[in-house]
Design a protein around this ligand. Structure first.
Ligand code: SF4
Length: 610
């Protein structure tokens, strides 16, 4: 199979059994790779009753056909399972070098089931795999774990994906960390890893990906690299990382403030990416074969930390504007704590901000928090609680369950800003109404990585050939719903190719790269079918887990107009937007279920029952 290593590693931790198996070519043709292909494998292995923290929940690391090639910015890896935070489809993807190295070790993906009796880590080196005791590593933070595993292996260049204390303690928002501070952050994949007593996976090898048309592939890569150097969005990312978006987001009202309830705050501009680079920047950092290098290395000298990875835009919002903390160095340090402890910064920051909101409303008191005053603007409190959350100490144990559980526990479920129990990222659907569709229909709950309509409506890399056109950001119409669905499908295909979403050379060049790698000879229209098939399968899996069209909603707080800021009082019209999106996907307008015709057209008839 061109574009694939042709091999999956199956690991049963309960039995200590490790087996190679051929990659399922039919699955790969239909679901490509990454979170698409992982969904196809996982669909066969779970049902409505599978416990996300039980041994039967498979944890899947999956790459795509462009990973480890010379394709720019195609070095990501998806980590997927049922989510312990949401109980539905869970996925996160991470940059760095782990994905390419997994392929060099000889595999397209890993499917890990069971639960080891004692903590272990998995070594996959040059096509051979073994389980090793994690006795000396369990309890280490995520940075220390990566170093120790490399030392134990005697492979200083091995790439290690691991959990920190949060994953070990089954914190529902625990991340899988790799390459220092790169994170597969969302939906609690670190807790799934912890539930399996699996501390780390180390990969290393020299195998290379075979391409269908190596010369054609080289030509495509040359063209993409040439275009990258002239792309304005890329220049901004090079200048200030993803934090370059802070100022623009504030202008549009896209960056939520004070737990999603304010549109303006003068302290927010203190968190600007340019300022951050000037004051605390050390250097840019790139993932495998990426000419953009949006990653950042910072320092936080007041906290005695000389190397901080990030923070990204989302982290600056979650641990900054949501909490009304404008001390930039304190926010950088809070992000660093999350990396080291292995926590998703978005869910951690949003849950802390919800606790502040509840405290200030008198719903939570010091008697509930063990004496901690949960106040907006208090960076020291945030640092303390992040540590307590990762270790499940005191009130941190309550926060470790996430926002939805926190709000339910104290009788105010309407206050949780979550979609299907996943905390909403730092893009306000009142600023770009298309995001309402991205959040409400994302198979993993509120997700900015499957349908970035803020990019489309600001004219950044729209895929015009696929009918994804920029428009009025406040236009709550069926047509906007359709466009948002197309963007969601397109980005789902990106996640299946595990291509970084900051690399936008256009549909034509991505298609050319995919065809040169695989030899599939696809046409542009097929890209939309692939993307929609992936979203629809993940939706079917969620329907089997108990979701329905009633789950396609936004939280109440995001449907209230803001008096100030760039949203201009707009709220999304969910009925119109969803009607357009359902029609685009071929889902029944009443039930939201894919119709029999859609299932047949998409070759998804195998998944036609709950
Ligand atoms: S643009 Fe940034 S996140 Fe994307 S591959 Fe490059 S360095 Fe990694």
């Amino acid at each position: 199979m061109h574009g694939y290593m042709g091999k999956i590693l199956r690991v049963d931790l309960s039995a200590g059994d490790i087996q190679d198996e051929p990659l399922n070519e039919v699955y790969a043709r239909a679901f490509v790779g990454g979170s698409g292909l992982a969904a196809r494998y996982i669909y066969d292995l779970v049902d409505g009753g599978t416990d996300p923290l039980g041994p039967d929940n498979p944890l899947v690391f999956m790459t795509g056909p462009l990973v480890g090639t010379s394709m720019p910015s195609a070095g990501r890896c998806s980590v997927c399972a049922l989510s312990p935070l949401t109980s539905i489809w869970g996925e996160a993807n991470t940059g760095g070098f782990f994905g390419p190295e997994l392929r060099f070790a000889g595999y397209d993906g890993l499917i890990i089931t069971g639960r080891s009796e004692k903590p272990v880590w998995l070594a996959v080196i040059e096509g051979r795999a073994e389980l090793c005791s994690a006795d000396g590593v369990w309890g280490s933070d995520s940075y220390g774990t990566q170093d120790r595993v490399r030392e134990a292996l005697g492979e200083p260049k091995a790439r290690v994906a691991c959990i920190g204390p949060a994953g070990e303690n089954l914190v529902k928002m625990a991340a899988v960390m790799n390459d220092h501070g790169r994170a597969a952050g969302r939906t609690g994949m670190g807790a799934v890893m912890g539930s399996k007593n699996l501390k780390a996976v180390a990969v290393r090898g020299k195998a290379r990906v075979g391409l269908a048309d190596p010369e054609g592939f080289k030509a495509v890569v040359r063209e993409i690299l040439h275009n990258v150097s002239e792309d304005m969005a890329v220049m901004s990312l090079q200048l200030a990382g993803t934090a370059c978006y802070v100022d623009m987001a504030l202008m549009y009202g896209d960056m939520p403030i004070r737990y999603y309830q304010r549109g303006e705050w003068e302290g927010a501009s203190d968190l600007s990416g340019v300022l951050m680079d000037d004051q605390f920047g050390v250097k840019n950092a790139a993932c495998y074969h990426c000419p953009i290098a949006c990653g950042r290395q910072m320092r936080a000298p007041s906290y005695g930390v000389e190397r901080v990875d990030g923070p990204e835009y989302e982290t600056l919002g979650a641990l900054g504007t949501l909490l009304l903390v404008n001390d930039l160095e304190a926010v950088i340090y809070a992000g660093h704590m999350c990396n080291v402890l292995g926590l998703d910064t978005i869910s951690a920051g949003a849950t802390l901000a919800l606790a502040c909101e509840m405290f200030e409303r008198g719903i939570l008191t010091a008697a509930d928090t063990g004496g901690v005053e949960m106040r907006f603007g208090d960076a020291e409190m945030a640092h303390r609680l992040i540590g307590m959350m990762a270790r499940r100490e005191g009130f941190g144990d309550v926060l470790a369950e996430g926002s939805a559980a926190l709000a339910e526990r104290f009788g105010v479920p309407e206050l949780a800003v979550t979609v299907n129990r996943l905390e909403v990222p730092l893009h306000d659907p009142r600023a770009f109404v298309g995001m309402a569709v991205s959040y409400a229909l994302s198979p993993r709950g509120a997700c900015h990585m499957q349908g970035d309509m803020y990019s489309v409506d600001t004219g950044q890399g729209p895929a015009l050939e696929l009918g994804i056109e920029p428009g009025d950001r406040f236009d709550s119409s069926e047509e906007k719903g359709r466009i948002a669905a197309r963007q969601q499908a397109w980005r789902s295909l990106y996640n299946a190719m595990t291509l970084c979403q900051f690399q936008n050379p256009g549909v034509e060049w991505i298609l050319a790269a995919l065809n040169a790698a695989t030899g599939w000879g696809l046409e542009a229209g097929a890209m939309m079918v692939l993307g929609k098939r992936i979203v629809t399968l993940q939706r079917l899996l969620n329907l089997r887990r108990g979701l329905s069209c009633a789950s396609d909603r936004l939280p109440e707080l995001l449907l209230r107009p803001l008096k100030d800021g760039g949203t201009e009082g707009c709220t999304p019209d969910m009925d119109l937007l969803l009607a357009g999106a359902y029609a685009e996907y071929g889902w029944d307008s009443e039930t939201g279920r894919p119709t029999p015709e859609t299932l047949a057209e998409m070759d998804l008839s195998f998944a036609d029952g709950p």
